[in-house]
Design a protein around this ligand. Structure first.
Ligand code: OGA
Ligand code: NI
Length: 356
């Protein structure tokens, strides 16, 4: 490592990616991945979710597709989701303009406190994790909107209104998809309705990945899965890669997710893996970089309430199928985040598994 260039040199506000350094400091360099990357994106399931509102047969068909996607990959793309393209474009635009604000304005939100409802930071756990990531982010709680929106950035003008509209629409979509997921597990459409709609959490992660002078050596985000039930993702450019664990006879491969205008991505998170007692897998994903363009992504993480614990439903347990996971809440995940290093591959879901 070059003298004086450990992670603490690049603390938030002073990170290489915020300063557009023309080189990648050593503390950003990740070991090369040994799994092959296959850009064959044809294996990615795409689901037309408008059919969830169709007749019974139509709905059953979608739910079958969704169940297969959740079992095999823990990831699917959605089309005909009903969110107007203007709302998607406006949200990406105000996000981009936020990151273009002068440092002084963004620093108002700078925080390393993972429990803060609104915070601006860089990397993963800025300056603390062994490896730094080429990422800048703003995270804010979003549901119920009226409880949090006054804490969001006032600048750029229109941020609250446009991001707020997007959050509301995505929240509604998440309810539709979670209803289909619980139905697909035989639990019924409303199994989690109250706990997700009225009392559920929505964390909006607004990510910015500036151009990187040596994109092969660093990452925007390391391989991880989300703690959420589901995450709905919007991006302006490709860069997301998901891990298909069954490929190559079980050794796995990375698949690049292409950007197609208007298509949203859904990640199955750790809490749906628990809900399904392991039938559905939370997807491991990472973010790669590029040399030319700034990539913006909006990841909306949907879960139960802060202290509401997700546990394996008794309906899914019998002699052959014992409980495979301990119960946990969003708050338990935050406690995990403080004590562990995701950049070293620590996963929340691994702490929940009950050993045979
Ligand atoms: C995340 C995440 C992916 C992306 O914020 O958890 O995985 O494409 N983001 O930015
Ligand atoms: Ni993620």
């Amino acid at each position: 490592m070059e003298k004086g260039e450990d992670s603490s040199t690049f603390k938030m506000g002073n990170s290489a990616q915020e300063r557009s350094l023309p080189y990648v400091p050593d503390c950003y360099v990740v070991p090369p991945s040994c799994e092959p990357c296959d850009s064959n994106s044809e294996i990615l399931p795409t689901i037309d979710v408008s059919r969830l509102k169709g007749g019974d047969d139509e709905r059953r068909g979608v739910i079958r597709e969704l169940s297969l996607a959740c079992q095999h990959l823990g990831f699917f793309q959605i089309v005909n989701h009903g969110i107007n393209q203007n709302i998607l474009d406006d949200a990406l635009e105000v996000a981009r303009r936020f990151f273009e604000l002068p440092a002084k304005e963004k620093k108002k939100f700078m925080s390393n406190d993972v429990y803060a409802p609104v915070r601006y930071s860089t990397s993963l756990k800025d300056g603390l994790d062994k490896i730094q990531f080429w990422r800048i982010f703003l995270k804010h709680y979003a549901h119920p909107l009226h409880r949090w929106i006054h804490l969001w950035p006032e600048n750029p003008p229109g941020y609250r209104e446009k991001m707020g509209k997007f959050c509301e629409e995505v929240k509604e979509l998440s309810i539709e998809i979670m209803g289909a997921i619980t139905e697909s597990l035989g639990l019924g459409r409303d199994y989690l309705s109250f706990r997700m709609d009225e009392n559920g959490m929505q964390v909006m992660t607004v990510n910015c990945y500036p151009p990187c002078p040596d994109p092969e050596t660093a990452l925007g985000l390391p391989p991880h899965s989300d703690y959420s039930c589901i995450t709905i993702l919007l991006q302006n450019l490709a860069g997301l890669k998901i891990f298909d664990p069954m490929a190559h006879g079980g050794s796995g491969r990375w698949v690049a997710v292409p950007e197609v205008t208007g298509v949203l991505k859904v990640h199955i998170g750790d809490h749906v893996e628990v809900l399904s007692n392991g039938l559905y897998k939370s997807i491991v994903h990472k973010v790669t970089l590029n040399e030319e363009n700034t990539r913006i992504s909006l990841a909306s993480l949907h879960s139960l309430g802060m202290d509401d614990k997700m546990s394996v439903p008794c309906e899914l347990v019998n002699d052959k199928n014992p409980v495979r996971y301990k119960e946990s809440s969003f708050n338990d995940f935050l406690d995990f985040l403080v004590k562990n290093d995701i950049s070293q591959g620590d996963r929340f879901i691994d702490t929940l598994r009950i050993k045979d």
